[in-house]
Design a protein around this ligand. Structure first.
Ligand code: MD3
Ligand code: FE
Length: 203
């Protein structure tokens, strides 16, 4: 199913199903070089989602704030390169959603275990907000929450499943969004976890 959630926001149901095994192999290789870690918010709280990155830049948070960094703070080394299968999928999804020409330089990899959540927020650390964001869901299903351009706007709930891709751009780019606490379960490809790949043009 392909569904327009809002102008500029599209759900491409199952778009990544065929390449999911290749994406998960990529995640394993990335995590071997740059392990998943639970980063601290600027306010000093540990995030429930464990994160790593691949690409020229990676999203990080610590006491100094939210930002993109070209090196992994844990190792001081550059983030692992973005696997070609990641970039290809992101570009095909962006094109299918009307954003031809997207070329991500950052992929944030989010690992959710049962109970992990992401509080509603905007993604505004990227330099050019004219570029879309492509998000790929793998493993356990989750409840995606999305509101509007203001924090207080009512939230809608959408179940997102293994292989689903969401693309946000244009007028939807500043939408507040989050993930409800992950329900426990088991999924053949990812076990007791959900993995989300979020492709951005950061620099
Ligand atoms: C709407 N990740 O990493 S993906 C994030 O499933 C993030 O891990 C969630 O929000 C996850 O920042 C949600 C869907 C998503 C991603 C980016 C967006 C929705 C978005 C950017 C703008 C508007
Ligand atoms: Fe986000």
């Amino acid at each position: 199913r392909t569904l327009t959630l809002d102008p500029g926001a599209m759900l491409l149901g199952g778009f990544a199903l065929g390449v999911a095994p290749a994406l998960l192999e990529g995640v394993a290789a990335i995590a071997a070089a740059a392990p998943f870690r639970q980063m601290a918010t600027p306010g000093g709280r540990r995030m429930s989602v464990a994160m790593t990155n691949c690409g020229a830049a990676g999203w990080v948070t610590d006491a100094a704030g939210y930002r993109y960094a070209t090196a992994d703070p844990l190792s001081g080394r550059p983030w692992p390169a973005m696997p070609p299968a990641f970039r290809d999928l992101a570009r095909r999804a962006a094109t299918a959603a009307g954003f031809a020409g997207f070329d991500p330089d950052a992929c944030l990899v989010n690992l959710y275990r049962p109970g992990a959540r992401m509080a509603p927020h905007q993604d505004i650390d990227e330099r050019d907000m004219g570029e879309p964001i492509v998000s790929v869901s793998l493993g356990l299903s989750a409840t995606f929450l999305w509101g509007g351009a203001a924090r207080g706007d009512p939230k809608r709930r959408l179940r997102i499943d293994h292989g689903d891709v969401l693309v946000w751009g244009g007028p939807a780019r500043r939408t507040f969004h989050g993930i409800a606490p992950l329900a426990a379960g088991t999924q053949p490809d990812t076990g007791e976890t959900r993995i989300n790949l979020t492709f951005r043009r950061a620099l």
